[in-house]
Design a protein. Structure first.
Length: 125
C-alpha cells in the first residue's frame, strides 16, 4: 500500500514520507512508528504529534484517535527522547529561555475633534 493510500495519512504527510524513502506500510512497519516520525523530522519537516499517532494508527489499522492513551504516552516519550538527541539546527543557536522586555510608553495626548465643548462646529461656510 502506498503512503498516499494509507489510513490516517493525508497528502502532506504522504509527501513527507515519500521524500524520506518510506513509500509503503511495510517500510514504516520495518523501522517502527517513532523511527519513521524521526526520519521525517530529521529531514527538516515540522511534523506534529498527530503524525506520530497517524503512523501508529496506520500500523494498527485504526483511526489515529483510537490509539490508546497508554500507547500514545509511550510514543510521545520515545519521540521526546529521540528529539533530545538531535543536534541543534545549523545556522541558528539552540533555543534560549524567552525573556520579555517591557518598554515604558509615553502618554498619548488627546485632542478635541470639535471647536467647542458641545460637539458642534462653530465655523461657517
Amino acid at each position: 500500500m502506498s503512503a498516499a493510500k494509507m489510513r490516517n495519512i493525508g497528502p502532506k504527510s504522504a509527501a513527507w514520507l515519500r521524500q524520506v524513502g518510506l513509500r509503503s506500510l511495510e517500510d514504516i512497519a520495518a523501522i517502527g512508528t517513532v523511527d519513521a516520525f524521526m526520519k521525517v523530522r530529521r529531514a527538516g519537516f515540522k511534523p506534529s504529534l498527530n503524525l506520530l499517532y497517524a503512523l501508529e494508527g496506520a500500523l494498527q489499522n485504526c483511526h489515529w484517535q483510537e490509539v490508546p492513551d497508554a500507547r500514545r504516552t509511550e510514543l510521545v516519550s520515545a519521540a521526546e527522547a529521540a528529539i533530545a538527541l538531535l543536534p541543534p539546527p545549523r545556522g541558528r543557536p539552540a533555543a534560549a529561555p524567552v525573556t520579555t522586555t517591557h518598554h515604558e510608553q509615553a502618554p498619548v495626548l488627546a485632542f478635541n475633534l470639535f471647536d467647542d465643548e458641545h460637539g458642534s462646529d462653530t465655523t461657517t461656510d
